[in-house]
Design a protein around this ligand. Structure first.
Ligand code: PAF
Length: 286
């Protein structure tokens, strides 16, 4: 398999500086492995924007607020490597925990505001863990472009802000969510659904789409959201953690889509927490 791996920041930087010295443009796709088509779409988008593509694979313990979730996170480096090799990725950076968080590591990157509410309210410390590891990965790789999925929309917003606030010289690109034919957003967690759960799962995306269309037609957002929550519960989800309309850029709560907005949802099915989101445009006045 022709996909070089490096495990240390020193080796990684040596390769990237050679590429930069040769005038190449370098992109990174940060991942935690368990790669699916959604990740591969990020890799393909990276290929369209750079001459060299690095994928990072690191299951970041600091972003799991639940030890069980971390223990259950699927890990299969060989399978991931094979997928990346067939996409002609140039380098896999797969550091160990010691390399990322050596003894005495004591810095946290925390993005106020955007990390609070939505997933942040239900997963304490999660976005501090994400912000810290992504800051490290961007500084370690020193790439020109970094790509992240819109599926994790709040995460993408947090990353855009930290890059801006900390003057990290990288272009952040958000890539649209890849969906199954029935609308379910691709996620590493989908494999944990039972056959019955998998059948019910698309109700989440359906409810978002219906609510989004209603809000875009100018209907009352609160009523559309209440109907969407009821539809998700009726479909068999045990709990809707949140379903909210937020400003697409600031993630401030909004009651109408006066500017581009986003509907964001997290809900539980089969003891699996699924998230999704959808752009909502202001109602047309035509
Ligand atoms: O989206 C993910 O897979 C992770 O949160 C990320 C961005 C790789 C950081 O660990």
């Amino acid at each position: 398999m022709n996909l070089p791996i490096c495990r240390t920041v020193t080796d990684l930087r040596a390769t990237v500086s050679q590429w930069h010295a040769a005038g190449e443009k370098v992109a990174v796709v940060p991942t935690m492995g368990a790669l699916h088509e959604g990740h591969l779409s990020l890799v393909r988008a990276a290929r369209g924007r750079a001459t060299r593509v690095i994928v990072t694979l690191f299951v970041n313990p600091r972003q799991f607020n639940n030890a069980d979730d971390l223990a259950k996170y699927p890990r299969d480096e060989e399978a991931d490597r094979a997928k990346l090799a067939s996409e002609n990725v140039d380098l896999l950076f797969a550091p160990g925990v010691e390399e990322m968080y050596p003894e005495g590591f004591s810095t946290t990157v925390s993005v106020a505001g955007l990390s609070e509410g939505l997933c942040g309210a239900h997963r304490p410390g999660h976005f501090d863990g994400v912000a810290t590891v992504v800051t490290k990965l961007l500084l370690q790789t020193q790439v020109d472009v970094a790509l992240f999925g819109e599926k994790d929309y709040q995460q993408l917003s947090v990353i855009r802000r930290l890059v801006r606030d900390l003057d990290i010289p990288v272009e952040v690109v958000g890539v649209p969510t890849v969906r199954e034919a029935d609308g379910l957003a691709l996620s590493s967690r989908n494999v944990r659904l039972s056959a019955e759960g998998r059948r019910k799962a698309p109700a989440l995306a359906e409810a978002l789409a219906t609510a989004g269309m209603a809000i875009e037609r100018g209907e009352d957002a609160d009523a559309a959201i209440a109907r969407a929550k009821a539809a998700i519960k009726r479909a068999g989800y045990s709990e809707v953690e949140y379903l909210e309309l937020r400003d697409a850029e600031t993630l401030e709560p909004v009651s109408r889509a006066k500017r581009p907005a986003r509907l964001l949802v997290a809900a539980w099915l089969d003891s699996v927490r699924l998230i999704d989101n959808l752009p909502v445009l202001p109602p047309s006045h035509g």
